[in-house]
Design a protein around this ligand. Structure first.
Ligand code: NAD
Ligand code: DAU
Length: 354
């Protein structure tokens, strides 16, 4: 493979993918990103100087722009990560999720199909459209069980319904038009460069500011956490070795109740930034009104990607969380401008905005 288009490469996971591909392969990366509120080019400073890195600012809903970018760069593969990604924002305003996640994925598929249909035989034979999706398409688990690749789809939030729609489109484009596609569905990511609307960075930053730490409901909902660099490696493995027509579940096998995640962050802050008078960060924990339709539990069975493609995570939740807290302590230069200009930590997702 010579060239890959990564959509959403200025976001949290996309930037980890771009950094990984530039650092650990010889492949050229074209980062195609609209630069929404969630994007941050500062997450890409370490690849900026590489002659294998190109940035194209474009909207995935703009078919003409996509045609130009495919024609200009002649990719061997596409890794499609661009999306609206925050469940709470999808509750307050679903329109952008329908537009970007569904219409945008459709527009990407059509641009890829046009390019692939006309490509030389050697490109055509190896081309792959890799769609990056979420475990949330499978719905909500009770206390037992794991999501596998054959679990029936049962999305329950505007975000997960839009991602499920896009997954169905991707499969349809392979079945109907023969476009070689591969899918991956991953659990909750965490790590450096995570936008502070999401649980882990929000709790670290609010903890440091001495603000209340808002835990939804009783804090008993469970998520299965994966360190973002492990996900980036998994995605590259799927894109370069995955079998077209297949889907792969990706997860860290690290289930935690939300309250345990938050108390874990508090303990790390107690150790790394002790407060005067022995005050504990956990005293800031505040239980708040639950997220509407809050999925109870997600948990991934990642045995297929391990058995068939040889990927497994290298970071435990404990080691990854420590690295993450330390990164936020060291990189206020990255997150303070976001708080100043884009999002200052207010509650989202109550549905009150209509
Ligand atoms: P993010 O919100 O951090 O970044 C999304 C990126 O997409 C941003 O750079 C944004 O500018 C870009 N984008 C949004 N709309 C666009 C448009 N119309 N045209 C072009 N670019 C656009 O998201 P993330 O957390 O990095 O997630 C990336 C992908 O991985 C998403 O598809 C998401 O559904 C999926 N995913 C995320 C997680 C997670 O825990 N964060 C887990 C599983 C799957
Ligand atoms: O499972 C994969 C998904 O994980 C991805 O597809 C999404 O893009 C990603 O945002 C993430 O979705 P979640 O809704 O699970 O992540 P979030 O960080 O928003 O919330 C994690 C859990 O913490 C969830 O149960 C809600 C809870 N929460 C969240 C926030 C922001 C709180 O209790 N308090 C908070 O302030």
């Amino acid at each position: 493979m010579k060239t890959v288009i990564v959509t959403g490469g200025a976001g949290f996971i996309g930037s980890a993918v771009v950094r990984h591909v530039i650092a650990d392969t010889g492949v050229k990366v074209v980062n195609l990103d609209k630069l929404t509120y969630a994007a941050n080019l500062a997450s890409l400073s370490e690849v900026d100087g590489s002659d294998r890195y190109v940035f194209e600012q474009a909207d995935i809903c703009d078919g003409a722009a996509l045609d130009r970018i495919f024609a200009r760069h002649k990719p061997d593969a596409v890794m499609h990560l661009a999306a609206e990604s925050h469940v709470d924002r999808s509750i307050d305003g679903p329109a952008d999720f329908i537009q970007t996640n569904i219409v945008g994925t459709y527009t990407m598929l059509e641009a890829a199909r046009k390019y692939w249909s006309a490509a030389p035989a050697e490109v055509k034979a190896k081309f792959c459209f890799h769609h990056i999706s979420t475990d949330e398409v499978f719905g909500s688990l009770g206390d037992e069980g794991l999501f596998t690749e054959t679990t029936a789809y049962d999305p329950r939030s505007p975000y997960s319904a839009s991602k499920a729609s896009s997954d169905h489109l991707v499969r349809a484009w392979m079945e109907t038009y023969g476009l070689p596609t591969v899918l991956s569905n991953c659990s909750n990511n965490y790590g450096p460069y995570h936008f502070p609307e999401k649980l882990i960075p929000l709790m670290i930053i609010k903890g440091l500011a001495g603000e209340p730490l808002p835990v939804y409901g009783k804090g008993e909902n469970v998520r299965d956490w994966l360190y973002v660099d492990d996900h980036a490696r998994a995605l590259w493995t799927v894109c370069s070795k995955g079998v077209p027509g297949e889907s792969y579940n990706i997860g860290g096998n690290e289930e935690r109740k939300n309250i345990d995640v938050v108390t874990g962050i508090c303990s790390l802050l107690d150790e790394l930034v002790p407060q005067q008078g022995g005050k504990k960060y956990s005293e800031q924990i505040t239980y708040v009104t639950d997220r509407p339709g809050h999925d109870f539990r997600y948990a991934i069975d990642a045995s297929k990607i391990k058995a068939e493609l040889g990927w497994e995570p290298s970071e435990s939740f404990e080691s990854g969380l420590r690295k993450t807290v330390q990164w936020y302590l060291d990189r206020k230069d990255w997150w303070q401008p976001i708080l100043d200009r884009k999002y200052s930590g207010q509650r989202l997702g109550t549905g009150s905005k209509g």
